[in-house]
Write a protein that binds this ligand. Structure first.
Ligand SMILES: C[S@@+](CC[C@H](N)C(=O)[O-])C[C@H]1O[C@@H](n2cnc3c(N)ncnc32)[C@H](O)[C@@H]1O
Length: 256
């Protein structure tokens, strides 16, 4: 179905892609006129799955300047825009506030370009933020602590542990260790975003999301997470030791 004359369509769609590109399938703000008028533009069309069971490059060589340019800085190819960071941060901080978890120390593992650092400073100006990175390039550039999610020791425990879009880059044994390590480091709440096989097939915009990762079933993660955390929904996990109160329907069905 074509809504645009074919000559102006490519230009218009490219412009819309620049404005609304996102790693999630829904690329138009819900309720916006574009949402009703347009079919999914070519630039954000979901391709047939091109899943790779394992990454084809070693992670150390992957996380270089070109990687961050492609996925974070170039407006045409980036996976998220700054308004996406703010919207997510508002949600996470709002939920953590609702659960009455006080935030003084924040650990951001696999912090990338440091998008969370800015959001943490905005919401919790007195909190101490620690960014940890596996990429030597980023550690040199931003001064992050060099380490891996699998065995970063840290200094004591942290009220909020952030680990966004990192664990899917780790092979199974490292991913297992990382989840246990996050639980060890966290005393308040952990925000976790991990792309699963189903996400790649059904939820991601494959044109902008990095598919060079380990795609595992959600159940694989749930089994590991359930040992150490209570799932609060929305990507938030509370360590078993946390006294935060979750109403029965705020978490997942324990019998599922
Ligand atoms: C998709 S980026 C996400 C960056 C950031 N968390 C964000 O959401 O903006 C993945 C990051 O994870 C880092 N990373 C990969 N393996 C890691 C590991 N084992 N431990 C810590 N960070 C890792 C990479 O260097 C890269 O910067």
């Amino acid at each position: 179905m074509e809504y645009f004359p074919s000559k102006i369509a490519p230009f218009t769609l490219k412009l819309l892609n620049l404005l609304f590109v996102s790693d999630r399938k829904l690329c138009f703000p819900a309720g916006s006129p574009a949402c009703y008028l347009l079919p999914m533009p070519n630039a954000t069309r979901i391709k047939k799955s091109t899943v790779r069971a394992e990454p084809n490059q070693s992670p150390a060589s992957t996380f270089n300047e070109a990687y961050y340019k492609r996925f974070y800085l170039d407006r045409e190819t980036r996976v998220r825009a700054s308004q996406d960071h703010k919207r997510l941060a508002d949600f996470v901080f709002g939920y953590v506030d609702h659960l009455q978890v006080p935030i003084r120390r924040v650990l951001d593992i696999g912090c990338g370009l440091g998008h969370w650092k800015k959001e943490v400073a905005r919401k919790y100006p007195k909190a101490i933020y620690t960014g940890v990175e596996f990429s030597p390039y980023l550690c040199r550039k931003f001064g992050w602590k060099n380490g891996s999610a699998a065995d970063f020791k840290g200094q004591g425990q942290y009220d909020l542990v952030l680990c966004q879009s990192v664990i899917q880059y780790l092979p199974d044994s490292q991913a297992r260790k990382a989840i246990a390590n996050l639980a060890r480091l966290c005393r308040g709440a952990t925000y976790l975003e991990i792309i699963t096989r189903m996400d790649w097939d059904e939820h991601c915009n494959q044109d902008v999301t990095d598919g060079n990762v380990f795609l595992r079933p959600g159940k694989w993660y749930r089994t590991l997470l359930d040992r150490k955390f209570r799932n609060a929904g929305g990507g938030l996990f509370l360590p078993k030791s946390s006294g935060a109160v979750l109403y029965e329907l705020e978490g997942p069905d324990p019998n599922r």
